[in-house]
Design a protein around this ligand. Structure first.
Ligand code: URA
Length: 434
């Protein structure tokens, strides 16, 4: 078999055989296929697409390209959750302890942030002392002891995705439905969960800019999950403006703690409840989403979810006192406020602009190696649909270095649009696919 023929076949719109996809994935991971040929095939896939069978094959071979985690020794049905990425998306920090407090076994591997979107592991590492890098034995032991662990990916999990994602990132081939679906689902399968809940984001701050594309991606991932023996449910949720009010690692931990105290922003709480209810039902801990929602609402109100979060922080070496004293989180030395400049409704708070502003303040990485400032970021004071008058604070920027401040302030200011008519506000969940 020759890589040249595989590239040519896909360039001409042909269907790749299972054996050709196997040859490509194993050669790209072993180094037998050079990056320029892998990149050429990715571009051919971008233009010619993969059908469902090819996408399922790609997912499976990517999953098998490295270690897989065996969670079968842990009690109960293990349910994982994945978001396709957004700005201010701190749902895992809330959801993981929330559903664990309802008796769901949560053995979760999460990633770090890249570009304008944040990552759960960076956020958790802003908790003083918190260790996200547990070895496999420690990870399993903690889940067995307290029913919950959120760790960074251990071992050699899906090396094919690491390789392909890095090449997609520099060859403008990230935003292809089949490539995203195989990337996400290979990692979920390798992480060992029995069932999967997907949060597919759509809008200005998401990979999928419109609901039609997001629905296509969601349907494809649900079908791949089902074909490979995992019950999978996807919710399509809006990402035109940031989720909640805080964007930036320590700032998002603070907002997550507020939400676990049942005092968080309404949009964030709603998404956590809806995603959480799907997880609770898939885990067999409730017979319907209505029943699951009631359990989760109660556990936010009675403090059980918050207590579970403190238990996880302590188990992973962090200071659990932060749940009552968020002043223990890292704090930026400087802050500056952006104010409204005229009367009107906020018609837009562009998630992409706010995400880029936060990244430029140091909250995110430009490349995988760049350092990160855990205390930097923004807190919004108004969201789309709010009425504002001149001088009303729209957002506070938190920073330690003046170097990116001017650009971040401009990016944040441009993200707000003020108009005469109120915008149409979207529901927390646009569609459910199962
Ligand atoms: N998230 C992933 O894990 N992979 C993609 O390709 C896009 C979003």
């Amino acid at each position: 078999m020759r890589m040249y023929d595989i590239i040519l076949k896909k360039r001409q719109g042909g269907r790749l055989e299972t054996s050709e996809i196997d040859f490509f994935v194993s050669g790209c991971v072993s180094g037998a296929i050079p990056d320029y040929q892998t990149s050429a095939l990715l571009m051919a896939i971008f233009f010619s697409g993969l059908d469902r069978r090819e996408t399922t094959d790609l997912t499976l071979f990517m999953c098998k390209s490295g270690d897989t985690i065996d969670l079968s020794g842990l009690p109960g049905i293990k349910v994982d959750k994945h978001s396709t990425g957004g700005v201010g998306d701190k749902t895992t920090l809330i959801l993981a302890p929330l559903v664990a407090s309802a008796g769901v076994t949560v053995a979760k591997m999460s990633g770090r942030g890249l570009g304008h979107t944040g990552g759960t592991i960076d956020k958790l590492e802003s908790i003083p002392g918190f260790r996200a890098e547990l070895d496999h034995g420690g990870f399993i032991r903690q889940v067995r002891d307290i029913g919950l662990a959120v760790v960074s990916q251990t071992g050699n999990l899906v090396p094919a995705d690491k390789k392909l994602y890095a090449l997609r990132d520099v060859t403008a081939t990230v935003d292809n439905v089949s490539l995203i679906a195989s990337s996400v689902m290979s990692k979920k399968l390798a992480s060992g969960a029995d069932s999967i809940v997907l949060d597919v984001k759509t809008g200005r701050g998401a990979f999928m800019k419109n609901t039609g594309e997001a629905e296509e991606l969601a349907r494809l991932m649900v079908e791949i999950g089902r074909n490979l023996g995992r019950k999978t449910v996807a919710l399509i949720t809006p990402m035109d403006q940031p989720l909640g009010l805080a964007v930036g690692n320590a700032l998002e931990v603070r907002e997550s703690i507020d939400t676990l105290h049942n005092k968080g922003p309404g949009d964030l709480k709603k998404i956590c409840l809806y995603l959480g209810a799907e997880m609770v039902v898939l885990a067999g801990k409730a017979g319907s989403t209505g029943e699951a929602l009631e359990i989760l609402e109660n556990n936010l109100a009675n403090g059980l979810a918050l207590a579970k979060f403190a238990q996880m922080i302590a188990a992973q070496g962090g200071n659990p006192d932060i749940i009552h004293n968020t002043g223990l989180l890292p704090k930026a030395s400087g802050e500056t406020v952006i104010n409204a400049w005229e009367n009107g409704y906020l018609t837009e708070v562009d998630a992409m602009g706010i995400g880029l502003s936060a990244m430029n303040l140091g909250a995110g990485r430009v490349s995988k190696e760049s350092p990160i400032d855990l205390s930097a970021g923004l807190v919004l004071h108004k969201k789309a649909g709010d009425w504002v008058t001149p001088g009303d604070p729209l957002a506070t920027l938190y920073y330690n270095s003046q170097s990116g401040l001017e650009r971040s302030t401009a990016l944040a200011k441009q993200s707000f649009k003020i108009g005469e008519a109120p915008p149409e506000l979207l529901p927390a969940v646009l569609r459910r696919i199962d």
